[in-house]
Design a protein around this ligand. Structure first.
Ligand SMILES: Cc1cc2nc3c(=O)[nH]c(=O)nc-3n(C[C@H](O)[C@H](O)[C@H](O)COP(=O)(O)OP(=O)(O)OC[C@H]3O[C@@H](n4cnc5c(N)ncnc54)[C@H](O)[C@@H]3O)c2cc1C
Ligand SMILES: *[C@@H]1O[C@H](CO)[C@@H](O)[C@H](O)[C@H]1NC(C)=O
Ligand SMILES: *[C@@H]1O[C@H](CO)[C@@H](O)[C@H](O)[C@H]1NC(C)=O
Ligand SMILES: *[C@@H]1O[C@H](CO)[C@@H](O)[C@H](O)[C@H]1NC(C)=O
Length: 580
């Protein structure tokens, strides 16, 4: 067990002295992360791998239940709360980093060195907090069909309500991130929402009316709090860190689980100083992998769990000599069922729209903006770049009879200073899937693109574009840039390549699908409905990778809910669990 450190409180006090911010409260006392250690001989009831939205509720609830928990994160600290240091100079002397200030989130597109994972062919955050350290914080309650259309028994909408309540009581989210309750530069929101109203769409409050996602719109909701990013790192991780039976390490990359047949005894970890094995408590210890859609699949493959073709690639790689022998391999469809929201960008311009240069503000915000942010957490920098709003929804039922849920985000950016980009995301109900594989350098590759491989999916995307064009048809002064007014919606949709370069939304799911059809005997599932990997006693996966299908919400809320629900199942599972 590591020592409780008080540096974080000291840092908060220093920041308070310098900025006149509210005095840090006593319940911020907590233990910060320790560095990866090759000399530790401690064992833990649970090892949780990763620190994204999949990992943190699990780690918090397991430690709350009295189990000893070690959380292992491959990347460095992000938020100032946890000792992060990456920041522009106007934040020096404060407890804030670039990850804490919502208006700086776009910086990930300008500079992601030391933040983004380097062993995937897609973007993901390899840093404390995972994607929830770098994303835009968009956050809203899933629709009932999100659970009912693709999740298995025990994970249907009524089953999920208790976990939904738990998540939204800890992280209620907000439509008004500025501490003065005002929206800054709301012209984009005002223009689009007025247009949609004219077109017959209805205004809702996203998190109160989550069952109304058909031709509705809302202010964009975020998980932000106190004018800062907040989120799972400021809630679940904070309470976990206040317990003596919880420890977490940064710079700790898990290479593989160590197992004998289906029984996992620990994990092999790569620290900067070398490799070590951390064991779980004999007989009753468990490992929960929450390394994300790419990272969790990769750890399973390196542990000899997956389809033979991918395990053979690992066998030929630098891992080969120490890989678990092939008579111990567990043949599961890890990497199939890959999905991501299909993104389709439309662009309009309107003379009312006012653009804010968030990239310029990273190093040199207008002094009024930095002062209002630092002094009272108010102003444009409390809003996620590039100034979102509204969000809107549509449900389309193509001739195959399957409902397709579309959600849209509107953001103030584009080719002109009066542009907005309206992005359509196809989620719930979509049938298309792709495949993730690994290469001999142990890099994960989206080898089959998951976008628009199904006629009904294409029809829904085209109809959704048309519905929006019809909806906004009466807005005076609005110019369509993409598609141009002469292009048909079908021609426009077909003109955009259906590959990650043109369509990706960074909302990847599905590589370790949860289900009742055991993948070892021809089924499609990698984990069972307790989130336990088929063929193992004590290995679990809890993150976006277990989603059978997508949701119509951005993923963070749904992943937190899945994590709360999963940990209730794990805690209820008797020790030692019998092999499935
Ligand atoms: C730029 C961007 C913008 C986004 N915008 C939004 C948004 O506004 N709203 C929203 O809801 N979603 C958004 N998303 C998606 C959302 O952030 C992800 O869906 C979510 O973070 C996935 O959660 P996860 O727990 O499954 O995995 P992740 O968040 O990816 O977490 C996995 C963690 O595991 C760690 N890890 C990986 N491998 C290992 C290993 N071998 N050993 C130890 N640790 C390891 C990683 O470093 C990481 O911290 C965005 C994503 C990106 C990249
Ligand atoms: C910074 O300090 C303020 C004042 O104590 C606190 O409210 C806030 O949560 C802290 N933020 C971080 C990221 O530590
Ligand atoms: C979802 O499925 C469950 C179980 O099959 C059912 O009880 C429920 O009525 C369905 N719909 C909603 C909106 O929850
Ligand atoms: C969605 O709304 C349209 C009307 O715009 C309606 O025709 C359709 O049946 C609705 N779909 C669902 C699933 O409620």
């Amino acid at each position: 067990m590591h020592l409780v450190q008080n540096w974080a409180v000291a840092a908060a006090v220093a920041a308070w002295l310098q900025t006149g911010a509210a005095a840090p409260s006593i319940n911020e006392a907590r233990a910060g992360p320790a560095s990866c250690s090759t000399s530790s001989k401690d064992t833990y009831d649970y090892i949780v791998v990763g620190s994204g939205p999949g990992a943190l509720p699990v780690a918090d609830r397991l430690s709350e239940a009295g189990h000893s928990v070690l959380l292992l994160e491959k990347g460095p600290a992000s938020s100032g709360r946890w000792g992060g240091t990456m920041k522009p100079s106007w934040l020096s002397g404060t407890n804030l980093t670039r990850f804490d200030v919502p208006g700086l989130c776009n910086q990930i597109w300008a500079d992601r060195n030391g933040i983004a994972c380097t062993d995937y062919d897609q973007l993901a955050g390899c840093i404390l907090g995972g994607g929830a350290a770098i994303n835009s914080g968009l956050y809203w309650k899933p629709h009932p069909e999100d659970w009912n259309m693709s999740f298995p028994a025990g994970w249907k909408n009524p089953d999920m309500q208790e976990s939904v309540s738990k998540v939204f009581s800890r992280l209620p989210g907000t439509m008004y991130p500025s501490m003065d309750g005002k929206l800054y530069l709301p012209q984009g929101y005002n223009t689009i929402s007025a247009g949609l109203t004219q077109g017959g769409w209805t205004s809702i409050v996203a998190n109160d009316q989550n069952d109304q996602r058909n031709k509705t719109f809302s202010h964009t909701t975020y998980y932000f709090s106190g004018g800062e990013r907040g989120g799972p790192m400021a809630t679940y991780l904070l309470t976990a860190s206040q317990r003596k039976n919880f420890a977490f390490w940064t710079g700790a990359a898990v290479k593989r689980v160590v197992r004998t047949g289906g029984h996992v005894t620990g994990v092999e970890v790569e620290c900067s100083g070398g490799t070590t094995t951390i064991n779980v408590t004999p007989n009753t210890g468990r490992v929960v992998i929450s390394a994300g859609t790419f990272g969790s699949a990769k750890i399973l493959w390196r542990s000899g769990i997956g389809p033979k073709d991918q395990l053979n690639v690992v066998k030929q790689s630098g891992d080969g000599a120490t890989m678990v022998s092939s008579d111990q391999w567990i043949d599961l469809p890890v990497g199939y069922n890959l999905y991501d929201h299909v993104g389709t960008d439309l662009e309009i311009a309107h003379p009312n729209i006012v653009n804010y240069d968030f990239y310029a503000a990273y190093n040199r915000p207008a002094s009024g903006d930095s002062q209002s942010y630092l002094n009272g957490r108010t102003g444009i920098l409390t809003q996620a770049a590039p100034n979102f709003g509204p969000m809107f929804w549509d449900i389309i039922t193509p001739s195959d009879g399957i409902n397709r849920h579309l959600h849209w985000q509107a953001r103030v950016e584009g080719s002109r200073s009066t542009s907005m980009t309206l992005t359509q995301y196809l989620g719930t109900g979509s049938v298309s899937r792709g495949r993730l594989t690994i290469n001999s350098q142990l890099k994960t590759i989206v080898s089959t693109s998951p976008y628009l491989n199904n006629a009904g999916d294409v029809a829904a995307v085209v109809q959704g574009v048309q519905n929006l064009r019809d909806g906004l048809a009466k807005v005076s002064g609005l110019t369509w840039i993409r598609p141009s007014s002469s292009q048909s919606s079908a021609a426009f949709v077909n003109s955009i390549a259906a590959n990650p370069g043109s369509r990706n939304s960074n909302h990847w799911i599905g590589t370790n699908k949860m289900g009742t059809d055991d993948g070892r005997s021809g089924g499609t599932a990698v984990v069972d409905t307790d989130t336990k990997v088929y063929g193992t006693d004590n290995l679990f996966v809890v993150d976006a990778s277990i989603f059978p299908g997508h949701v119509t919400s951005n993923p963070t809320a749904a992943i937190l809910i899945v994590s709360e629900h999963a940990v209730s199942k794990i805690l209820a599972l008797p020790f030692p669990a019998a092999a499935a």
